[in-house]
Design a protein around this ligand. Structure first.
Ligand code: GLA
Length: 383
């Protein structure tokens, strides 16, 4: 059994005097292609990670939620009968889930648990969505709430938008809920239709953490969202998903340069994601790599969410043997890049890129070889 899974169960037993009734796992994600498209109802292609948040828990007879986080060394102790107060930190995600479930009219049962995870935080790998989905799953285990992946993902997204204040799309919560081992998911963020696409075994997905964390990311993200909405509005469309490149060019004089560039990214990125699905289907992995490179260029020059460390990481990757494609991943402004690499070059690639990035940036990157995994799951606790 996974090391963290064992640890949360052992600590649970030490703190609460008995074995937990439930064991929950909610993964982070890496997005292969389709960046900043989800909130314009476009296409994305993420993968659920092995890295996940785990909670060992059991129901309580009273209306409290007591959750100890091993990673923060803190315990949340919340009363479900009192309205939650806004503060800062990891507990807000739990409070947001309580808030949204009660908003939806669910009667909640209290629970107590121990939580820990290995999704790097603030790295663009959706540690927050993993936290939200693990807390949500905990409530569905102890209360009479139906776990329907699309519906619960939307609830968690609402909590993030309305409680946390980030106008995010649906990608992170949905892939955490629906991930399929060995597959990338092609998601249409308009109707939430999901197609799981088997990822070729001869290729590795490598995650490259620049170790740069940017603090103003929430407001920069919300700003990009609102620019996309403004651009769509000027183009006479509900969202950018509905616009094509010809329409954009025909109406380019109505848009200022900034809005033109933002729209150009989203519209072209949606095309790239659809081409990427075909490329995987045709086993044309060089073309998949090319689409990833084009995605990075567009995120850097049109959407302006890359930074010099991400660019360096992508350059280091692309100049290393065996690498088919690389790009920044997630919201941007820091965090991670993702690369696809021929399996036989994996080890060498990791060493060379580590050295290259170290030399150019002075920072030690974290490099993770990604194994596409299942979405949120409940496992039998150890007896
Ligand atoms: C964050 C958001 C997602 C998505 C990505 C960018 O991870 O939570 O909804 O918009 O950024 O693709």
């Amino acid at each position: 059994m996974n090391k963290i899974a064992i640890q949360v169960q052992q600590v649970f037993e030490d703190r609460f005097g008995d074995a937990p009734d439930h064991l929950i796992r909610a993964p982070g994600r890496v997005n292969l292609i389709g960046e900043h498209t989800d909130y314009s109802e476009g296409f994305v292609m993420p993968v659920a990670l092995e890295n996940a948040i785990w909670i060992a828990l059991r129901p309580r007879a009273d209306q409290r939620v007591v959750l100890h986080s091993l990673d923060f060394g803190e315990t949340a102790d919340l009363n479900l009968l009192e309205p939650q107060k806004h503060e800062k930190g990891w507990q807000e995600y739990l409070k947001g889930i309580i808030w949204v479930l009660q908003e939806e009219g669910w009667e909640l049962t209290g629970w107590e648990g121990v939580m820990s995870g290995d999704v790097p935080m603030g790295a663009g790998l959706s540690s927050s969505a993993a936290l939200e989905m693990s807390c949500l799953r905990a409530f569905t285990e102890v209360s009479e709430i139906l776990w329907e992946p699309q519906t619960v993902a939307k609830l968690a997204q609402r909590a993030e938008i309305e409680w946390i204040g980030i106008s995010c799309g649906i990608m992170d919560q949905l892939i955490s809920a629906c991930g399929v081992a060995g597959h990338v998911l092609f998601i249409d963020c308009r109707n939430l239709k999901i197609q799981s696409v088997k990822f070729p075994e001869e290729i590795r997905i490598i995650i490259l953490d620049t170790k740069i964390r940017r603090s103003l990311i929430d407001s920069l993200y919300n700003e990009r969202h609102s620019q996309c909405m403004q651009a769509a509005n000027i183009l006479g469309k509900p969202v950018l998903r509905d616009a094509n490149l010809t329409e954009l060019e025909d109406q380019s004089s109505n848009l200022n340069t900034l809005l033109y560039l933002r729209a150009r990214h989203v519209i072209s990125e949606n095309i790239r994601v659809q081409q990427a699905v075909e490329a995987i289907g045709n086993n044309d992995l060089n073309y998949l790599g090319q689409l990833m490179r084009e995605s990075h260029t567009s995120l850097r020059d049109n959407f302006e969410v890359s930074n010099s460390n991400l660019d360096t990481m992508v350059e280091c990757s692309l100049s290393t043997p065996g690498c088919l494609g690389a790009r920044m991943t997630g919201a941007g402004f820091g965090g991670c890049a993702v690369a696809i690499v021929k399996k036989e070059h994996e080890e060498n690639f990791i060493n060379l890129v580590r050295n290259c990035y170290r030399k150019k940036s002075g920072l030690d990157p974290e490099i993770i070889s990604c194994i596409p995994s299942d979405g949120v799951s409940r496992l039998a606790p150890m007896t």
